[in-house]
Design a protein around this ligand. Sequence first.
Ligand code: NAD
Length: 484
Amino acid sequence: MTQHNIKDSDLFRQQCFINGQWCDAEGGATLDVDNPATGEIIGTVPRMAEEGTRQAIAAADNALPAWRDKTAEERGKLLYAWYELMMAHQDDLATIMTLEQGKPFAESKGEIAYAASFLKWFAEEARRAYGNTIPGARPGQRIVVIKQPIGVTAAITPWNFPSSMITRKAGAALAAGCTMVVKPASATPYSALALGELATRAGIPAGVINVITGSAAAISTTITQSPVVRKVSFTGSTEVGSQLMAQCAEHIQKVSLELGGNAPFIVFDDADLDKAVEGAIASKFRNTGQTCVCVNRFLVQDGVHDAFVEKLAAAINQLKVGDGFEDGVTQAPLINQGAVKKVIEHIEDAKSKGAKVVLGGAAHERGGNFVQPTLITGATQDMEFCHEETFGPLAAVIRFQDEQEAIQLANDTPFGLASYFYSENIHRVWRVAEALEAGMVGINEGLISNAAAPFGGVKESGLGREGSHYGMEEYLEAKYLCMG
Ligand code: NAD
């Protein structure tokens, strides 16, 4: 396949995983998958459509009664075995991820550990699907609430976190007693298929989790037209999320949507600037700027503006661009040419409206999907990047004067996923944390993702939460028993 060695070659699967079997698409249609660093085709996967999707849904439906009836402890043990296998094969899984997604190998290893952590966390949480008892309305009456799995579920996931966006959903679903059909992004199917292989090895019964690749429109339409599927969990763009939500209306399928963001990162005059720069690099340049919780707008107070820009420029200068398999690389290629075009457009738009380029500002000399890490100052809220996710290595700095202005600028977006701010003043910390319209706020912290914490957004960034006990609730129904 490539020069990169995958020790356990059975982890590199080029077929879909339905009912515990590896299978091809109807008619044998396939899709090519490439390496974004080289453009080289690394393999193919089936281009499934309606028929394959119906088979996967039927498999999940058949597997549901036995899976739901297992004790929570039994399900937890199987999830834990799946977690252990992911960690045992961390290098192979990371190699597959860097090959198809491009991210630096060290980041891929980090993502595998993060992805596995959801399986471990939900393996433990499976036992805590508590209901409750409520005093009745009449003498002798009891109100009892039990929690039951919602049933067959579906997950549609993006390319930027090919493994963790699946385990964050599947861990919660399987712990709750649901079964699942997963459709990964077409750019990164192999990480998903490897998870199918490891689920089998862990002893998770056939049909409990199924992975199908292919036509996004045909697969999602079949999922949303099926009354058997009771919940659809989607991570991706707001545009597609909104379409899916409309499709889910037909059968009143429950939806969770983890969508786009436009995170502000506010640096106040009273911030610890070194800490702020460290957080800025982590939250802006991780995955080469292709994360949904990435900073899209730096808002920096007048008094520290120049000092912050100087320190940030020095830190950006340390970043190394290259193939994710090269030693020391921190900035890998973007996923495709469309992504490169968007970053360049945002830079050009900002320049045309008066921004100044401090570093970078163009495609990288390596060509292909590489872009220079870029820092611009003098940015203003009328620039395109303030209204759309850039999804690339562009750090743009807007100067502000006072706290009220910072909050107004931060909230001036239809999105509300992550936000960040740096301040050493406890009164300001509370005021600003409460005023920011976002599902998640990093306070003197640039890395906020964790299996134990509820991840999700407000406004057009989505509905529902993933991770933590809130994440498992999404896969449970509350049933009220009225005992007379
Ligand atoms: P995308 O919306 O293009 O694709 C996501 C998934 O939807 C893929 O599996 C894709 O094949 C599928 N899809 C595409 N068109 C579809 C259609 N018409 N009907 C049904 N499914 C369709 O997003 P992407 O480019 O893969 O991912 C990047 C986006 O995901 C960014 O906006 C990012 O912010 C967001 N994201 C959000 C989170 C979060 O937790 N909030 C996490 C990661 C990524």
